[in-house]
Design a protein around this ligand. Sequence first.
Ligand code: 13P
Ligand code: SF4
Length: 317
Amino acid sequence: METTSSEQYIEEIKRIKAEKNAIILAHYYQTGDIQDIADFVGDSLALAQKAASTAADIILFAGVKFMAETAKLLSPSKKVLLPDMMAGCSLADSCKADEFEKFIAENPGRIVVSYVNTTAEIKALSDIICTSSNAVQIIESIPEKEKIIFAPDRNLGNYVLNKTGRDIVIWNGTCHVHEEFSLEAIIRLKKENPDAKIIVHPECELPVRLIADFIGSTSSLLQFTKKDKGKCYIVATEAGIIHQMKKENPDKMYIPAPPIDSTCGCSECSFMKLITIEKIYNCLKNEIPEITIEKSILYKAQKPIRRMMEISEKLGL
Ligand code: 13P
Ligand code: SF4
């Protein structure tokens, strides 16, 4: 194609998808246009479940690298494509395999629970994986007598520790979007909109979690706004989720919580936003870039992720 409009790209994407038996899985933090062309939109857990169960030959992941790697771990025989390999994650980057190995050695005898927002190398060093939707239940599934290591998000770790009261040592990692929300700005917004409910992702810092009316993963936040009788929400997570909230309940009001430095646009994940419709088109057409995971890592990383899937299924999550 020469000069191509967004509509033309979308038409071509639909055609190639059908021709190649491909599926597009998109995270809630993608832009609205990408969410709208996806076959399935969800949070990390729902996307992993979809990747594990799809009959498609090709999975194009509109999200970040750890999510596409998770899809590959769960469906290794399928071709998994990520339209931009630079779509990483500041949280996954905050936990390097050599340093994590040392951390595990310094805290021996503990069950290693890692958040899905990690590289395949970190998963390979873990006993069990969790997402923000099932972190509390995964910790609770571990026998009481066991001590735990939780990595890499210190805020989610702290949230889970408070909920379960378990003996947990926590890796000191954070997400550049969720740690940046301004408590002062959220309080100011609440004063201006006294009926608004503050809804918060557990990756946010403690002061923001303390003023929340509801805390949950992206899909739980969406469910909350669907079921709740309120009319206005201050949303402290990546702003992409508001697209689905508006689709579900267009008559309600959603105010994105502002970051401390509002010039940096931090309430958007810069990694997620690297994916564009044009890149999706090129990626589907050329079938690159493709996710590959070295066999020795793949085998080790599959075990903890499968454990998470089994527990989630048993619990109906
Ligand atoms: P969810 O588990 O809510 O999808 O969160 C993923 C993520 O990257 C949060 O920043
Ligand atoms: Fe990673 Fe944060 Fe982006 Fe989620 S929002 S993908 S944790 S950098």
